[in-house]
Design a protein around this ligand. Structure first.
Ligand code: M6R
Length: 601
């Protein structure tokens, strides 16, 4: 949430910052701003709304070779021009951009800023004002910065400019992501995500929590809060520029839906050894097999993937699994087993709720595995082991290809764990995943049909229900989340058998009910549930799997292995949501109130 960029070099920084912010817009898009610095001082441009709106107010005549920028997802203070970053100290000497939440900002205000009239409602402004207070006490900038950082509680990624020193950007992070990008010797950059600055470099250096970095044109100096200099080697960001462009697609979401067959095939390849057998690192197999219970921790779509992952692991490897919503885990921590393994599922690897659990269980001395799309992300770095999704950057706020990648990787983990326990699967997982990839391709080619369903069922409706039994219920939860987050139709997923315990009261004439019927053992029961809602006026849309279909089914999926059906069944739901949102003129890739990477608890 919130994205930060910075540039210090010999070129004018405006366009580099704006292009960088455009790439980070998925992190928050309710307001944005840049500050550039030249011999005349610091120039701030900020605006409520998208980067496109910011572009319109940036003065093209102001040239400056140092600058910082920010795109915001509001936490403290409404989205407005006033609350947009950058923020400045009273004297305007210091200018800051910040991602994260300063939890003790009220105390800091009380302790240091009684006499300061703050201009915004943000926690961020407090930081820059406190720095100036320390300067007023006679501290040098580095020391003022260090002392301020050491009293901050919460999460931050910070870029700071000092008007009196145009040759450095002061940088720091704690819990929120931030990278340093290395230039060709004449410039350096900072970014919340490497993709923002891929335009100028693919060489990056990680910053660890509670480090300060002094980014100059030709050098980068990393120090810990005690002032010790830290050496760290750069790495090459394995991102292809085409991965982060829409190409000919109107929206990232549609592009990412279409990438699912390719991602599934890539996962099969990545997790195959030289003999063609699926495998994961031995350390991970050992950790899974040493555990007596697996605790999956995740949020949103990743949580939905976890529910299906539980089915894979329990039915194939026979290891008990619990799936927990990350934000609830701390309050409702279950009694843990003797040898638990915690599995964090997170596309971004940055979700603050999941990270809070990771910190907690590490303190208890438990082992952890992160299943993520982003190598080097916080959850990946801090867990004992990582399994990568290899899905390529997912930019649309609504998660699609990461979800099916999570399912594919979890199926591999489950199969490998089963093998480790001496159990043989009754089918060849690699082959079945290949069949799934083919089915995904067929489904992605049926966009017209999906658009027709979206138009028929969701032209003006305010609510919708998704029902299913067994794994279809979990896919329904994901279908409902997709629909609501991008089309703003109130959509809920329910277990077919649970409807008549209350929810059926909401069924009215014409209420759309999407029913999934991909599981033979519950096929008759889910169809019974459809009859119950139809008798009360619902407009049913049955999506079944070939072999189980009946005459009135609205859409029939190609046959895939029944246990892997969620990987295929979700695709029509993603596409229907996409077209429903499109026809309602919603911003598909950047739905209101949301951000891609939820880095606040
Ligand atoms: O990056 P993560 O997988 O940890 O994100 C978790 C959720 O915020 C995310 O899945 C969210 O629910 C998606 N926007 C849903 O499409």
């Amino acid at each position: 949430m919130c994205g930060i960029v910075g540039y210090i070099g010999n070129q004018d920084s405006k366009e580099i910052l704006l292009k960088g912010l455009e790439k980070l817009e998925y992190r928050g898009y309710d307001s944005a701003g840049i500050a550039t610095m030249n011999q005349d001082g610091v120039h701030i441009f900020k605006e409520k709304g998208r980067i496109a709106e910011l572009r319109e107010i940036v003065d093209g005549n102001v040239e400056a070779t140092t600058g910082i920028g920010h795109t915001r997802w509001a936490t403290h203070g409404e989205p407005s021009q006033l609350n947009a970053h950058p923020h400045q100290s009273v004297s305007t000497r210091f200018t800051i951009v910040h991602n994260g939440v300063i939890e003790n900002y009220v105390q800091l205000k009380r302790e240091f800023l009684q006499d300061v009239e703050l201009k915004s409602d943000t926690d961020t402004e407090v930081v820059v004002q406190v720095i100036e207070k320390f300067i007023a006490k006679g501290l040098e900038v580095e020391e003022a910065f260090r002392q301020t950082l050491s009293i901050l509680k919460g999460s931050y990624a910070i870029g700071l400019l000092d008007e009196q020193n145009p040759d450095v950007i002061y940088v720091a992070k704690n819990k929120s992501p931030l990278l340093i990008g290395l230039g060709d010797g004449s410039f350096n950059v900072i970014a919340s995500d490497a993709m923002a600055m891929l335009q100028v470099t693919d060489q990056y250096v990680e910053i660890m929590d509670k480090e300060m970095v002094f980014v100059e044109r030709e050098t980068v100096i990393i120090k810990d809060l005690q002032g010790n200099v830290i050496e760290r080697a750069p790495y090459k960001a394995e991102l292809d520029a085409s991965d982060i462009e829409k190409g000919t697609y109107p929206h990232y979401m549609l592009k990412e839906i279409d990438e699912q067959p390719l991602v599934t095939r890539r996962i099969i390849e990545k997790y195959r050894n030289e003999n063609g057998e699926i495998t994961v690192d031995h350390e991970i197999i050992d950790a899974v097999n040493a555990s007596d219970r697996i605790y999956i921790i995740a949020a949103g779509t990743s949580y939905h993937a976890g529910l299906i992952g539980k089915q894979f692991i329990e039915s194939w490897a026979k290891i008990p699994v619990e799936v927990h919503i990350a934000s609830e885990f701390s309050y409702n921590m279950p009694l843990l087993s003797a040898n638990p393994l915690f599995v964090f599922i997170s596309q971004s690897g940055e979700t603050a709720d999941s990270r809070a659990v990771l910190v907690q269980i590490k303190e208890l001395g438990h082992k952890s595995l992160t299943v993520t799309n982003v190598q080097g992300s916080t959850l990946s770095r801090e867990a004992d082991y990582t399994l990568l999704l290899h899905a390529g950057p997912e930019i649309a706020v609504a998660s699609t290809k990461a979800y099916t990648a999570q399912l594919a990787v979890l199926s591999i983990l489950a199969a490998v764990a089963a093998q480790g326990k001496g159990r043989t699967l009754e089918f060849d997982l690699t082959k079945e995943l290949g069949i799934v990839a083919n089915a995904m391709e067929v489904l992605c080619d049926q966009k017209e049909e999906m658009e027709a369903i979206a138009k028929e069922y969701f032209p003006t409706t305010r609510n919708a229900f998704f029902i299913g039994r067994s794994v279809d219920y979990y896919v329904g939860l994901e279908g409902a989340l997709k629909l609501k987050e991008i089309s703003y139709i109130q959509a809920e997923g329910f277990a077919g058998g649970e409807l008549k315990h209350g929810t059926i009261a909401l069924i009215e004439q014409g209420t759309p009910v999407i029913a999934l019927a991909t599981q033979e053992h519950v096929n008759l029961s889910i169809r019974g549930n459809v009859k119950e809602v139809v008798a009360r006026g619902a407009n049913p849309c049955i999506i079944s799997m070939k072999g189980l279909e009946e005459e009135d089914d609205r859409f029939v999926l190609p046959t895939v292995h029944e246990q892997l059906s969620p990987l295929a069944a979700v695709i029509p739901l993603q596409l229907i949501s996409y077209y429903a949102a499109l026809h309602r003129d919603c911003d598909v890739d950047k739905p209101r109130n949301l951000a891609k990477s939820v880095t606040v608890e």
